[in-house]
Design a protein around this ligand. Structure first.
Ligand code: G16
Ligand code: MG
Length: 222
């Protein structure tokens, strides 16, 4: 029986990937860069500067460190303008129901997102209150390092092997699997998330009572 739940944000709780993509695409157009077909999949879960390297590809060599930071901040300003339009309607299927269930069952929830904008996104989605702890991506090595998931477990004061964590990106699943016995739930398509312990196509498919509570307590809540 598990004691805590840890969520990735983008692609698990909310459909913000399309906003990241739109902001990156605009930058790629301005710089007249190609947009290979697998760009979307490659960007999943990558932190900002690593994402920029994917966008720049071979052209990356032409920019100084300072120029790269200014490109990344140009993209970020656009992303921040886009997230202002987010509302609870942008929650992915099953996210609110699952977090409601966990809150009602007194199972604490933490966030382990690579995004420095995560608190603003949670606020716009109206779900900040569900979270007992938000791990700071600036204090952790990027996924696939286990760091941010370990920080989330630590923040909740629950042992990693008693935590279930949800991810939509390959590097995120690798991070969970490296986190001292944590259990990984892949959210999305089977082919990309093969190394997860369980895979669901969306949070709607996840049955929390199979993981978190004895049947007796679960029945009482139902
Ligand atoms: C998210 C997205 C990534 C994004 C990263 C950093 O990660 O999946 O596409 O590049 O955050 O975001 P920011 O530029 O806002 O700091 P996650 O971990 O929530 O999937
Ligand atoms: Mg993600």
């Amino acid at each position: 029986i598990y004691r805590a739940a840890i969520f990735d944000l983008d692609g698990v709780i909310a459909d913000t990937a399309r906003l990241h993509l739109a902001a990156w695409q605009q930058l790629a157009e301005e710089l007249k860069l190609p947009w290979p077909e697998d760009t979307e999949e490659r960007l999943k879960g990558l932190e900002r500067m690593a994402s920029l390297e994917v966008i720049l590809g071979e052209q990356g060599r032409k920019f100084s460190k300072k120029e790269k930071h200014s490109l990344a901040s140009r993209k970020n300003k656009r992303y921040q303008a886009l997230i202002r339009s987010l509302s609870p309607r942008d929650l992915l299927p099953g996210a609110r129901e699952l977090m409601d269930w966990l809150n009602k069952s007194e199972i604490p929830i933490a966030l382990a997102s690579a995004s420095k904008n995560a608190p603003a996104v949670l606020h716009a989605l109206g779900i900040s209150n569900y979270f007992s702890f938000i791990a700071d991506p600036e204090q952790s090595a990027p996924k696939p390092s286990a760091d941010i998931f370990l920080a989330a477990a630590h923040g909740l004061q629950v042992e990693p092997d008693l935590c279930v964590a949800f991810e939509d990106a390959c590097a995120g699943i690798a991070a969970i699997k490296a986190a001292e016995g944590m259990t990984a739930i892949g959210v999305g398509c089977k082919s990309a998330l093969g190394s997860a312990d369980y895979i669901v196509s969306s949070l709607e498919e996840f049955a929390p009572k199979d993981f978190f509570l004895s049947e007796i307590k679960a029945a009482a809540i139902r």
